[in-house]
Design a protein around this ligand. Structure first.
Ligand code: ADP
Length: 296
């Protein structure tokens, strides 16, 4: 049984189709990264999984429960880390966790242990008595994750867990998510950061316009879609346009960045190849190729 299984899911808001026939599987005990540009339908998918939104078409199963009918039972075994920080800033770290042990019906005798464990995972033991408004941004994010773990959920949903954070804090959170992974939790994480998906996900599902456009292990996706090597050609815009036209004429896949044209599958290039810098292909190449989006 998969931790999550979505088949042909559609969600419309008026004229906008936010999710448009999405298939998504999270095998038990793995971390799946839902990677897509802004507007791809990631948040809507997360809302469907927590039954904050109801699908117009398709089927959703979580931990063997069918949504939306059995969403309450599914929700009880899930930990959800929202994108927006909705901690109670007037309470302490420990009190925030305590509220959630009640919400998730953790037995009285187990509450203290559950809170300690969550504090430990989030590395917040020495902040347990601090009020949330005294915490740094990174600590608040860690507390949001800890709060989702007090009832030892079998499945954790993380909606853009490091959005807007500086690189150092992002590294801390990655270590935390890595720890969850190593403990065998099933994880679905949405992100528009390629490096985040590449670092943390066993399987990446690339989404664009509400649909899955590629699914696989990050390294497999790179080989499948971008090949092994990329050739970056630099020059003035006129030169880049020439290179692009020549590449297209020969059927070589390319991607454009501000100051260069990148030719993918460069390992297969023979004959008259423009001068450039060779490098290994990466997940960013795949992302741009499949979604047509530049990285901000
Ligand atoms: P992502 O999380 O990948 O950025 P979203 O799921 O937020 O994408 O949005 C997907 C599309 O659905 C966007 O075009 C967005 O404007 C639209 N959308 C999302 N939620 C609503 C809503 N409540 N009402 C109307 N349109 C919405």
């Amino acid at each position: 049984m998969s931790a999550i299984s979505l088949r042909g899911v559609v969600k419309r808001y008026g004229d906008v189709t936010a999710v448009n026939g999405l298939d998504l599987t999270v095998p038990t005990g793995t971390c799946v990264g839902l990677l897509g540009p802004n507007g791809a339908g990631k948040s809507t998918t997360m809302r469907l999984l927590t039954a904050q939104a109801i699908a117009d078409e398709g089927s959703i199963e979580i931990l063997g429960f069918t949504l939306p009918q059995e969403s309450k039972a599914a929700r009880a075994q899930m930990g959800v880390v929202p994108q927006l920080d909705n901690l109670d800033t007037t309470l302490t770290v420990e009190q925030n966790l305590l509220v959630f042990t009640h919400l998730y019906r953790v037995g009285r005798a187990e509450r203290r242990g559950a809170i300690d464990r969550a504090l430990d995972i989030a590395n917040l033991q020495d902040r347990r008595g601090a009020r949330v408004d005294e915490l740094s941004g990174g600590m608040r994010r860690r507390l949001l994750i800890a709060r989702a773990l007090v009832h030892e959920p079998r499945l954790v949903l993380l909606d853009e867990p490091t959005v807007g954070l500086d690189p150092q804090v992002r590294q801390e959170l990655w270590a935390l998510i890595d720890r969850l992974r190593s403990e065998g939790a099933s994880i679905l994480m949405s992100t528009h950061y390629i490096e985040e998906a590449e670092r943390l996900a066993d399987t990446v599902v690339v989404v664009s316009h509400g649909q899955h456009v590629a699914v696989g292990k990050p390294s497999d996706l790179v080989v499948e879609h971008a090949g092994r090597e990329a050739l970056e050609v630099y020059g003035p815009p006129t030169r880049l346009r020439e290179v692009e036209a020549a590449a297209q004429g020969r059927g070589w896949p390319t991607r454009r960045t501000g100051t260069s044209v990148t030719i993918l599958r460069a390992e297969g290039l023979e004959g008259e190849v423009p001068e450039g810098e060779r490098r290994l292909a990466n997940l960013e190449d795949v992302f741009v190729l499949l979604t047509g989006e530049e990285i901000s």
